[in-house]
Design a protein around this ligand. Structure first.
Ligand SMILES: Cc1cc2nc3c(=O)[nH]c(=O)nc-3n(C[C@H](O)[C@H](O)[C@H](O)COP(=O)(O)OP(=O)(O)OC[C@H]3O[C@@H](n4cnc5c(N)ncnc54)[C@H](O)[C@@H]3O)c2cc1C
Length: 467
């Protein structure tokens, strides 16, 4: 018997971080909310194919490789080996725990979860088709589209072959390859290249750009290249385009336009993503979709139809779970209150879980130079910190960029162990209004000793002494 109501104040489509952020915000504000999800379990691409499985895998792999590097542990357990099944078992446990938590959020907040694929029939009506072939219609005053994205697959690459993978299918491999080629050196490509190398796989990383993650501060991007190439032993090819992919019984051959040929057991295609907008009836409503499947929105996340919002990967940059969740909350706030705090939407930190880990916020040296901002730089190297020496995590650096006159922090750039956590200490000061955003905070504050947080004091003093 169908006990579902069919009209809601708001219907959210997609239960990733974007959909979760908006639906919970709206439910807590007293709205009647339904969330439609096409996958058998809630959580979105973030929980099932993206952030959660990749970060869990990277964490376990890092534990394993640290163990191997440790003088003490490698003597006690010299034969330590890990299988694909064991790795994926850990990933599965975390994914299921995340799903259960999220199911609990929806139940506790009275958000109706509707399973099936959502398609607009008219500006206020959705048709939801489930995998049994049933179709039901639901209406709402407002909608939030949070349908995420999937890996881009060019037509001339045979993804039906088991040797050719993308970031969704790499989680299904049964055994570790001896060699892996990663095509595309964005965040996902760099992270998986690092992780597989840490497992002892020989890795080729093919970058279509001139340097790794070009939008990063140059010193950080160069440090990443150095560590991946010289310390980890990943073979990096910069500024290359594929010509064709040839799959044989014993491997896969990547032919590059420059004539280079790269052979490996598996190929991971990590070159771009496409928004999940197909088949949703958007064009008929007048909501245009670009060549990447993305929807354009205004600063309040409204599409051309003001009662239909879109958040997360479906609106494109920055394609981060962290941003998607906040965007969802802001869209929810806009529906309830008619306003949206746009400053928070812009100041999004970057967290990249390569070896070494990278995290950044604010301007790079290049950007500040182009804008003619009078800045100074302060460095702290992890190898000189007592905590870095104790833990053995000596590769890394914190770099603060600050205004020469006002001393306000303009940029924080960090690489090394736990960089994604370390960044948030600086973010808390950088977010303060003038005159509280100042590197003097770090010079006049007593830090626990020994800690990695101390890097802020060292970097602040290093920069200040240069004025
Ligand atoms: C390998 C990898 C690693 C990543 N690592 C990080 C990281 O470390 N940190 C970070 O911040 N971000 C990371 N990301 C990015 C992050 O996962 C995404 O930015 C985030 O998941 C986007 O959230 P979303 O809510 O927009 O969409 P998603 O999480 O993709 O969820 C969308 C949901 O909508 C559903 N859906 C789609 N169409 C319909 C429809 N018509 N009807 C009903 N349901 C539908 C889908 O089934 C899906 O469940 C990573 C991504 C990948 C691929």
């Amino acid at each position: 018997m169908d006990v579902l109501q069919n009209h809601f104040d708001v219907i959210v489509i997609g239960s990733g971080p974007g959909g979760e952020g908006s639906s919970i915000k709206l439910a807590k504000a007293g709205k009647s909310v339904a969330i439609v999800e096409n996958n058998a379990l809630v959580g979105g691409g973030c929980t099932h194919w993206g952030t959660i499985p990749s970060k869990t895998l990277i964490h376990v792999v890092n534990q394993f490789s640290e163990h191997k590097k440790s003088r003490l542990l490698s003597q006690i357990f010299p034969q330590a080996k890990v299988s694909c099944a064991e790795l994926m078992g850990v990933v599965h446990d975390v994914v299921i725990q995340q799903v259960r938590d999220r199911e609990g959020f929806y139940t506790r907040n009275n958000v109706e979860v509707i399973m099936g694929f959502a398609r607009f029939v008219d500006p206020h009506t959705l048709e939801v088709s489930d995998d049994q072939g049933n179709q039901r219609q639901f209406t709402a005053n407002y909608f939030v589209i949070a349908t995420g994205s999937h890996p881009y697959r060019p037509d001339d690459v045979d993804f039906d072959n088991q040797r050719v993978l993308d970031s969704d299918t790499i989680l299904q491999i049964q055994e570790l390859p001896a060699t892996l080629t990663v095509y595309g050196a964005g965040v996902i490509g760099c992270e998986y290249a690092s992780a597989f190398k840490n497992l002892g796989v020989k890795v080729n990383l093919v970058n279509t750009r001139e340097r790794l993650l070009e939008y990063l501060d140059e010193e950080i991007s160069n440090a990443l290249s150095y560590h991946m190439r010289d310390e980890q032993g990943i073979v990096i090819r910069q500024n290359e385009e594929y010509q064709r992919v040839e799959v044989n019984t014993d491997g896969v051959v990547l032919h590059l336009a420059t004539g280079k040929i790269i052979k490996s057991d598996l190929l991971l295609w990590a070159n771009g993503r496409t928004g999940n907008s197909a088949g949703m009836g958007l064009e008929a409503l007048g909501i245009a979709v670009d060549h990447r499947g993305n929807i354009a929105v205004n600063e309040s996340y409204q599409t051309v139809l003001p009662h239909i919002y879109a958040v997360g990967d479906i609106v494109g940059f920055p394609n981060l779970a962290s941003a998607a969740y906040d965007q969802g909350r802001f869209a929810g706030t806009h529906i309830v209150e008619g306003t949206c705090d746009e400053r928070l939407v812009r100041d999004i930190p970057t967290g990249i879980y390569t070896t070494p880990e990278i995290s950044c916020l604010g301007g790079t040296e290049r950007e500040l130079t182009d804008q003619r901002v009078p800045y100074e730089v302060g460095h702290s190297f992890f190898r000189n910190l007592a905590r870095g020496q104790i833990t053995g995590h000596k590769a890394g650096m914190l770099k603060l960029l600050f205004h020469r006159e006002t001393l306000e922090i303009l940029g924080i750039h960090c690489f090394g162990h736990n960089a994604a956590e370390i960044l948030h200490i600086g973010q808390a000061i950088m977010a303060q209004p003038a005159p509280n955003n100042t590197i003097k905070y770090f010079m006049n504050t007593t830090f626990n000793y020994p800690t990695m947080a101390e890097a802020y004091r060292v970097a602040a003093l290093n920069g200040y002494n240069r004025l």
